[in-house]
Design a protein around this ligand. Structure first.
Ligand SMILES: [Zn+2]
Length: 165
């Protein structure tokens, strides 16, 4: 049975950080702030997969108080989500995500992002959807103070075994 999960994440844009989205370093005057590489897109996808599995969120698996994840590439989080799926004999059917960023233009990097995400999840690139939109200059995203991402995932889980009593 296919279960769906939803994920949302947001990080602040600050000077002196690299901007990493979907595992791709994108030239920009600012980067996303966070304990790991702050890859907001991979984080949202990770939470969508964990949600479809009925698991707790990314912060539970990778606490931002743990020095092991300081500056960590976020593909390790996706690899862990895929491992959690495999552990349950589940198959990731697809993931789909939207990046919400006023700047910079991310469209030219989307194919490369899909490649990174498909590789980290060990699924075909055809199963990965990524779109990008601006926030029409409104709110904190419109002012370039941060970037958000939302994602859904479909995960095919085996039927649960019926336990009597
Ligand atoms: Zn995050």
């Amino acid at each position: 049975m296919v279960h769906t999960g939803i994920g949302y994440d947001v990080h602040q844009l600050v000077a002196g950080r690299k901007l990493i989205l979907g595992g791709v370093e994108i030239p920009h005057t600012k980067g996303l702030d966070g304990h790991s590489d702050a890859d907001v897109l991979m984080h949202a996808i990770c939470d969508a997969i964990l949600g479809a599995l009925g698991e707790e969120d990314i912060g539970h698996f990778f606490p931002n108080t743990d020095p092991r994840w300081k500056g960590a590439p976020s593909k390790v989080f996706l690899q862990e989500a895929a491992r959690q799926a495999k552990f349950r004999e589940a198959r990731i059917v697809n993931v789909d995500a939207t990046i919400i960023a006023q700047e910079p233009k991310v469209y030219p990097h989307i194919l490369e992002m899909k490649r990174h995400i498909a590789e980290a999840l060990d699924i075909s690139i055809q199963r990965v959807g990524i779109k990008a939109t601006t926030n029409e200059l409104m709110g904190f995203i419109g002012r370039g103070e941060g970037i958000a991402a939302m994602a859904v995932a479909g995960v095919d889980l085996p039927e649960p075994k019926v336990i009597n009593g």
